[in-house]
Design a protein around this ligand. Structure first.
Ligand code: ATP
Length: 475
């Protein structure tokens, strides 16, 4: 068993009242290649900067070899960072750039020269000592930046999107080179990227993040083959995601059909079902578990990407066989290629208060609602008061309530109304016949909702909720 080198325990980071990393727990073993993977803004860099010591956690502990280093400054940590922008000194040549840290440490000249020579060999730039930085390509400059970081022989190398500025071909080459450098050096690498292919190619362990939280930690194979939830499945590779229900243990129903599966989940549990396009097998129409009509077929080099309509559900298939639009096909899926995972929320829940004009104020908006829910058997007697079954009049203004709004009851509009809650779409997932959106309001509260139409991430929308769908409970 390899020893742990870094442990992050219950890390939370708050900037100006905004939680950007929360409940972050991770163990990194000596010599491991660990990658933080997630969309822009999910907190990858902030977590890396806390490990480096450029930021300090608001809560939680960072342990290095079992000792708490949470408040240790960066220069006292045996850690070096390589950034996306190379941060080289343009007025110094390659040798002086690489030797910079060693000169500061006042090591003997002969030792410095030996170390620089060795490290230039590792990054495959031997003989480049006298070259000026401006004469190097982007890939070569990034290799010098890596050489400058590893020449200090850190225990841990942090790499923040180090290949982000390179073109695709150079990036692919450098991915392989970094991987072989990692094997050669035995240093622990912690790598940040938003590119899932890069993460799967290079890492021993991938940490998938969204919205400041870890969604799943595992080997590339585990993350790809056994995604824990619809977010991970959607983010890693291509997926069909369907809403489903367990018809029995080991039988799941989706696309109006029951399929044997390998998950022992209780009957009637609502689930999300994930099927990779390469796992849908095309058959003759009468031999499939489901039938569909081909909507499109596009040649992608190694395979055809075929979209078929099965009822109102779209199924994406990768197949080596072509199909023609309009053709009827059958589709089969092996039980172990059907991934069943917990379904998303059904209900949005908020803290709210009743206003003087009898509306429910929550999530930055005010909505008409049925106040009689707050007193059994009551009827409305004024804008914000009810008369109970016993004849007593109760003024409800200022009453604190829990507001529940079913996911299926919320819709979005681009028309802003002053009394409606509004926010930006922060993510969405396609679920075969509709999109499942998350909208974050200015009050940092989330609305989850389903819509048929495609909106864009970042769109600013207002949230429409019919009066009869708002469920109120006294606090
Ligand atoms: P990217 O891939 O775009 O760099 P990321 O996943 O690395 O994204 P972070 O850079 O960690 O994300 O940022 C997470 C959130 O924290 C963002 O909303 C960002 O705006 C915010 N944030 C980061 N640094 C600060 C800061 N110093 N002050 C306030 N907010 C910050």
């Amino acid at each position: 068993m390899r020893e742990n080198i870094i442990e992050l325990k219950n890390i939370k980071k708050v900037f100006d009242d905004t939680v950007v990393v929360d409940d972050f727990n991770l163990t990194v073993k000596k010599g491991e290649f660990v990658t933080f993977l997630g969309p822009s803004g999910c907190g990858k860099t902030t977590t890396l900067r806390m490990i480096a010591g450029f930021e300090f956690p608001t809560e939680g502990e960072i342990l290095l070899n079992g000792k708490d280093i949470s408040s240790l400054p960066p220069n006292l940590r045996p850690i070096n960072t390589v950034f996306q922008r190379y941060a080289l000194f343009p007025h110094l040549n390659v040798y002086d750039n690489v030797a910079f840290g060693l000169n500061l440490k006042k090591l003997p000249k002969s030792v410095i020269s030996e170390k620089v020579k060795n490290v230039l060999e590792v990054v495959d730039l031997e003989g480049f000592e006298k070259r000026r930085i401006s004469t190097l390509s982007g890939g070569q400059q990034q290799r010098i930046a890596i050489a400058r970081a590893i020449v200090n022989e850190p225990d841990i190398l942090l790499l923040d999107e180090p290949l982000g500025a390179l073109d695709l071909k150079m990036r692919k080459e450098m991915q392989l080179e970094l991987k072989s450098m990692h094997e050669q050096l035995g240093i622990t690498f912690i790598y940040v990227t938003h590119d899932q292919e890069e993460a799967l190619t290079m890492s021993d362990k991938v940490v998938v993040m969204s919205d400041g939280m870890i969604q799943q930690t595992g080997t590339p194979e585990e993350i790809y083959n056994e995604p824990k939830n619809a977010f991970v499945a959607d983010f890693i590779g291509e997926s069909n995601i369907f809403e489903g229900r367990m018809a029995a243990s080991m039988t799941v129903e989706f696309c109006k059909t029951q399929f044997p599966c390998v998950d022992n989940v209780p009957k009637d549990t609502r689930v999300d079902v994930v099927v990779r396009p390469e796992d849908v097998i095309i058959t003759a129409p009468e031999e499939g578990q489901i039938r569909g009509v081909v909507d499109s077929a596009v040649f992608k080099g190694m395979y055809y990407e075929i979209t078929a309509l099965c009822g109102d559900n779209e199924v994406v298939i990768q197949s080596t066989r072509d199909a023609v639009p309009g053709q009827e096909i059958g589709m089969k899926i092996d039980p172990d290629n059907i991934h069943v995972m917990p379904a998303g929320a059904l209900m949005n829940v908020y803290d709210g208060v009743i206003t003087k004009d009898g509306r429910a104020a929550f999530a930055g908006g005010e909505y008409e609602c049925d106040l009689t829910q707050l007193c059994d058997g009551s009827r409305l007697s004024g804008e914000c008061s009810v008369i109970t079954a016993g004849g007593e009049e109760i003024d409800l203004a200022g009453t604190y309530v829990t507001v529940e709004v079913p996911v299926k009851a919320v819709s979005m509009s681009d028309e802003q109304k002053e009394y409606r809650a509004s926010g930006n779409i922060i993510s969405f997932i396609y679920k075969g016949n509709h999109y499942n959106y998350t909208v974050r309001t200015a009050t940092e509260e989330d609305f989850v909702l389903d819509e048929d139409d495609l909106w864009n991430e970042g769109d600013h929308v207002s949230l429409v909720i019919p009066k009869e769908e708002i469920i109120l409970k006294r606090k």
